[in-house]
Design a protein. Structure first.
Length: 146
């Protein structure tokens, strides 16, 4: 398995162990992880700390040229908010662990020139399926549905 997707899965497991939603993300530039994060909406009482947002926050301020060399890895297809951050910062490639349990605006993101790689990883899918079955209310809150 890809070492960077594995790192994102480790982040997802951390989030689950903390009582949160098992989604993880890492930002890679020039073959090196420069930021990592996991969904911390529950842990921090946050409206916006999805895994990708936490990852970008933890990477700190970067130059535009850095983002243009980056790849964002996420265990789950990024939502509208997180996809917007990818577009805002010009991140050219997103590697998605799985998009069966949730699919963000992938067609739109592709139409804006971002390369999406869908891995369809069984571990990522299993983490989400088990979480959604166990905590449907929390999952619906996370994706903004009733």
């Amino acid at each position: 398995m890809d070492q960077f997707l594995e790192a994102a899965i480790e982040e997802a497991r951390k989030g689950l162990a903390q009582g949160g939603i098992p989604i993880g993300s890492v930002l890679v530039i020039d073959g090196r992880i420069v930021g990592r994060g996991h969904n911390r909406r529950v842990q921090k009482g946050s409206a916006i700390l999805h895994a990708e947002m936490d990852c970008l926050e933890n990477a700190g301020r970067l130059k535009a040229a850095d983002y243009r060399r980056a790849t964002l890895y996420s265990t789950l297809s990024p939502c509208d908010m997180c996809s917007g951050a990818v577009l805002l910062y010009g991140i050219p490639k997103v590697v998605i662990g799985e998009n069966r349990t949730f699919r963000g605006p992938e067609d739109y993101v592709r139409s804006r020139g971002v390369e999406l790689v869908i891995v369809d990883d069984a571990q990522c899918r299993r983490l989400m399926e088990e979480f959604i079955k166990k905590s449907p209310e929390l999952w619906n809150e996370d994706i903004g549905t009733d």
